[in-house]
Write a protein that binds this ligand. Structure first.
Ligand code: FAD
Ligand code: SF4
Length: 511
């Protein structure tokens, strides 16, 4: 028996575990994965299916390992634009979050300190801030500066990207050596849960991490309170974890699956699903890349991560009519590697080498993710036919684009063309998603949305599942709308806010 059982050891679960342990709680974290440096076992591979008019490509979007997806993320950590939380009030579209940017701001500040975010304090176009970033910004790369200078006078600013990647030693982690590829950082300069919240949680001595523990079901009593989490080990042996309080932090699809799978006489269609809202209003940022060649040499691939972005269309006046978007400037060429510049030429030998050097070495590339609306028809359900290695039905996505998102993609393509034209770029190549697909930029959100009205949300404004006093959600599933920026900083801020709420309820005896 623990005071608290946390399901999932990524940033969201570890953040809550650490905070509650600091307050004196004894916490057990149940994590299905193993050490992130080991190959992911077959039973932890993500499997999913699609039933909607477009295929949601969930491959590589979340990782089941100790520390979760944080061990593979890119570390871009811009704050949300204040209107991302208030699209109804500001633009008359979609809906407002049950909290404002001002209410979230203290938690954003704390989240930046947890992650050790490196950012520029003096850029007026970013979200407002009251305190400096914990670390000095990454300097703009050579190609960022070329693009910034080329756009000077156009009214389209190039902003530096806040990064959860150290520019100086920070809280026991060394500064980034800029060695290049960083899908997993060998020295923990790129922040992950295992080098921050999870490590700090374990250091309190009040947190136990049980790895290879896959939660297959939550049991509830007649009043709807969660009594225990049933988990299985790799040998298929079943175990029970009792606790006073449960935190569901298994990332969007697995958290949804667990709730829908946990049926009982009190919850015949799954825990918290009395209004059929669990899994609905699922969202993600679909990807549109474009690249082109400019006169100057850009020296691509000297940095793996991003140091600048264009937020000009992230909260533009026409946001009521089309999805907003952020244009990230890539320092690596990614999908447009040197090989792609051999296509369409009949050159060979030295002339081909010269051609590659001249085109690839002068390349710039943009990476764009577009906002979609929270539509209840876009949902995750349980696949009726297929189960995973533990016998839980796999996630089935039912997703479509509405006119708002499609107008956003069209606008994003036009904006990138506008930039290329200002820069006098040539050989423009757009790489949109294939028709009938949603290729994610790894930001699944919604499905467990927070709100005041139980008829249209799954949790209250602090993440407590409606009708279940001792079950809270942590993660991007809570997002009522997806906004445009990368979601993880906001997600950690919400997890800190949830922890504060739990402590306050506990101190009043209301849990
Ligand atoms: C390649 C990539 C790049 C990204 N880059 C960025 C970026 O630059 N900026 C940004 O803001 N975001 C980025 N993201 C998104 C970001 O990584 C996620 O938003 C964030 O890590 C989610 O954290 P989480 O704790 O909610 O979920 P996760 O980190 O996925 O943790 C969930 C944990 O739950 C465990 N689990 C699942 N089911 C069970 C079960 N039944 N029982 C027990 N445990 C279970 C999983 O193993 C996992 O460890 C990126 C994602 C990817 C894949
Ligand atoms: S460049 Fe190297 S040191 Fe820096 S974050 Fe990436 S892997 Fe880590």
């Amino acid at each position: 028996m623990s005071d608290v059982c946390v399901i999932g050891s990524g940033f969201s679960g570890s953040t809550v575990a650490h905070r509650l342990a600091l307050g004196g709680s004894r916490v057990t974290i149940l994590e299905t994965g193993i050490d992130h440096r080991q190959p992911i076992p077959e039973r932890c591979q993500v499997r999913y299916s699609n039933v909607g008019p477009i295929r949601y490509m969930f491959r590589d979007v979340s990782f089941r390992c100790i520390g979760g997806t944080s061990e593979h993320w890119y570390g871009n950590t811009p704050r949300p634009h204040p209107n991302d939380l208030q699209t109804r009030s500001a633009h008359g579209v979609s809906e407002d979050w049950p909290l404002t940017y001002e209410e979230l701001e203290p938690h954003l500040e704390e989240a930046e300190r947890v992650l050790g975010v490196a950012g520029a304090d003096d850029e007026p176009h970013h979200a407002p801030r009251r305190v400096p970033f914990p670390l000095p910004a990454w300097p703009l790369s050579h190609s960022d500066r070329l693009i910034r200078d080329g756009l000077a006078g156009s009214g389209i600013p190039v902003l530096s990207t806040p990064q959860a990647r150290t520019t100086l030693p920070y809280r026991g982690r060394p500064r980034c050596l800029n060695l290049g590829r960083c899908n997993t950082c060998p020295i923990n300069a790129r922040t992950g849960a295992t080098s921050t919240s999870l490590r700090w949680a374990l250091e309190t001595g009040r947190v136990e991490l049980v790895s290879e523990a896959t939660v297959v079901r939550l049991e509830s009593d007649e009043q709807g309170r969660i009594t225990e989490a049933i988990w299985v080990d790799p040998q298929g042996q079943s175990h029970r974890q009792r606790a006073d309080l449960f935190i569901l932090a298994a990332h969007v699809p697995d958290s949804v699956r667990l709730l829908l799978h946990s049926t009982s006489p009190r919850w015949p269609t799954g825990i918290g699903n009395g209004e059929d809202m669990v899994g609905r209003c699922f969202m993600d940022h679909g990807r549109h890349n474009a690249n082109a060649v400019i006169e100057e040499r850009t020296w691509p691939n000297r940095l793996y991560f991003q140091t600048a972005a264009i937020h000009h269309w992230a909260d533009a006046p026409d946001r009521a009519d089309r999805g907003a978007y952020l244009i990230e400037i890539l320092n690596y060429i990614g999908v447009a590697g040197p090989g792609s510049f051999t296509r369409g030429t009949d050159l060979w030998g030295l002339p081909l080498k010269r051609h590659i050097r001249e085109s690839w070495g002068h390349n710039i590339q943009f990476h764009c993710g577009v906002e979609m609306l929270p539509d209840p028809v876009n949902r995750i359900t349980l696949d009726p036919d297929e189960v995973d290695a533990h016998g839980i039905p796999i996630a089935r996505f039912d997703v479509r684009f509405d006119d708002y998102a499609l107008a956003g993609y069209a606008s994003a393509a036009a904006s990138m063309d506008q930039i290329f034209e200002i820069l006098d770029a040539r050989d423009v190549v757009h790489r949109p998603m294939r028709a009938g697909q949603l290729v994610s930029i790894y930001h699944p959100a919604g499905g467990l949305r927070m709100g005041r009205d139980p008829a249209t949300s799954v949790t209250d404004p602090w993440g407590q599942i409606h009708g279940v006093p001792n079950l809270f959600v942590a993660g991007t599933g809570l997002f009522p709308t997806i906004g445009t920026v990368n979601p993880t900083l906001t997600m950690i801020a919400l997890a800190l806010r949830t922890s504060e709420r739990i402590e306050s309820l506990a101190s009043q005896g209301d849990l």
